[in-house]
Each structure stands twice: as C-alpha cells, then as structure tokens.
Design a binder for this molecule. Structure first.
Ligand code: ADP
Length: 259
C-alpha cells in the first residue's frame, strides 16, 4: 500500500493520472491504518474481561473449599465481566455494520412518542437521580425508530452514569424552523475542556475512575454519532466540569429531510 508512482515532472494527462493515483493511495492507507487500530483496540478491550473470567474460573476450580463469601465475590465478578463482554461484542457489531456501510431504515415516525418511550424505559435505570421530561409538542421526522431509540438510550444512560445521586437529568424536544433538537441535560460531573474534543472517538473514556459505573465501553458516543449522521443530523456536547453536560441532537423535520 505504501508504493507510490513516481510522478512525472510535467502536467500532462499521465502526470495528472499519477497524482490522482497517489492521492487515492494515501486515503486507502489512512483507512487501512484506522481499521487496523480499531481491530487492535477491540482485541485489547476484549482481552480484559476474558482474563478476569478465566482468572475467576481458575480460582473456583483450584479452591473448592474456599469460604462462601469469597465464592460469592468470584461469581459476582464473573457475572459482571460476562455482562461487559456481551456489551462490548454488541457495540462492536454495530460499529462493524456501520463501517460496512449498511443503510438504516427511512420511515416516517413520531419523534415525541419515541422520546416518551425512551423516557419510560430509562426511569428504571435512575438510582436516586431525578429524571424529568420537559413538555413538548408532536414532531414528525423520517428515520429508523430502533436506532433512534438506541441513540436516546445511550445519551440517557451516559447522563445517569455521570450524574450523582440527588442531581437531575432532563430530556427535552425543541422544534424550530425546519429542524428539531433532542436535548439531554444533566447536572452531573461534567467534562473537562481538554477531554471534550475526544468523546466521540472509539474506545475513548475520560478517567474511568471518575464515573460511578466503570462498565462503559467507550463506544456509546461513537455509535450515537453514526446514528445521527445517518439521519442527516448533528450532535454536540456542551459541558462545564462539576456543573453538568448538555447533549444536543439536531435532526431535520419530516418534509425537510434531505435523504
Ligand atoms: P462510555 O461507555 O465510557 O460512557 P461514551 O462513548 O458513551 O463511552 O462516552 C465517552 C466519554 O465521554 C465517557 O467515558 C465520559 O468520560 C464522557 N461522557 C459522556 N457523556 C457524559 C456526560 N453526560 N457527563 C460526563 N461525561 C460524559
């Protein structure tokens, strides 16, 4: 892949062809490197829970006489690591499909009902945070209902994960012009300015020790970004450390959809 064609000095057709060919090589090379890094990172991430699972199985097998409390602890860790492995595999499958360029569904849908649905499902994930739904009106867009629901669940899950007990998470929908904003606001731990530009990178996690739940995969926002792009939308985060985070997803309304 690193072979370039020595470009002739003159700007005739052959020279231009060589230049185009070299540009193509550069972009193929970059894509190849990105893919290689993704595979390396994925293997690394998969190895951690696998090692923990193997270690605990070994422990249980070698010490059949271990105290009940230690056995219970080993089983809890086995369960937690197996759950992490299954989350990782599910997220990796979605990103592999994204990379393979699969098309999402493109059907008319009521975004307000979908938001209500995601809110109802997420209420059970809150552990002492207040989850609120700001009032909104009916909104129709075109898109893939399952993927949009998944997008909302990723954002709500993050908001709850990074928001301490007693704080608030608010979900809202705000229509303006030919677009609609889905807003997920929290009063949680926030994000440091130097971290903010990296949050959409695959496997990126800002100091996992800061979060209550170390079980994240660092793939949630990459998947969220892919879903939003597939709907011709935009997603961005605004955040103040120790004050909270606002995630905005801006989507075109039904009759303004550019698909
Ligand atoms: P993770 O599985 O770690 O949550 P994501 O891709 O969803 O992975 O998010 C990447 C990183 O962005 C997180 O590890 C966290 O540091 C930061 N982040 C995302 N959402 C929030 C939020 N609502 N509040 C604070 N930090 C957040």
């Amino acid at each position: 892949l690193s072979r370039r064609i020595a470009a002739p000095m003159h700007h005739d057709e052959l020279g231009r062809l060589a230049a185009t060919f070299n540009e193509m090589l550069v972009s193929i090379n970059t894509a190849h490197q990105t893919q290689q890094r993704f595979v390396a990172d994925a293997s690394h991430e998969l190895r951690a829970p696998l090692t923990a699972i193997q270690g605990n199985i070994e422990l249980l097998r070698r010490k059949p006489e271990m105290p009940d409390i230690d056995r219970a602890e080993a089983l809890i860790e086995l369960e937690r690591e197996a759950a992490r492995l299954s989350r990782l595999v599910a997220d990796l499958l979605i990103l592999a499909r994204a990379d393979a360029g699969i098309a999402l569904k493109h059907c008319p849908l009521d975004l307000d009902l979908l938001v209500l649905d995601a809110f109802r499902e997420t209420r059970y994930l809150a552990h002492g945070q207040t989850l609120q739904l700001a009032p909104f009106e009916p909104v129709q867009i075109e898109g893939d209902e399952d993927r949009l629901k998944q997008l909302l669940l990723i954002l709500l899950d993050n908001a709850l994960k990074y928001t301490p007990v007693g704080d608030q998470v608010t979900l809202g929908l705000c229509r303006h012009g030919c677009e609609v904003d889905m807003l997920v606001r929290d009063t949680g731990i926030g994000i440091e300015p130097e971290v903010l530009p990296h949050v959409f990178e695959r496997f990126y996690r800002a100091d996992p020790a800061r979060s209550r739940d170390p079980g994240g995969t660092g793939l949630g926002l990459s998947i969220a970004q892919w879903i939003v792009e597939q709907h011709a939308g935009k997603i961005w985060l605004e955040s103040q450390p120790r004050q909270g985070t606002l995630v905005t997803v801006r989507l075109p309304l039904r009759d303004h959809s550019s698909h």
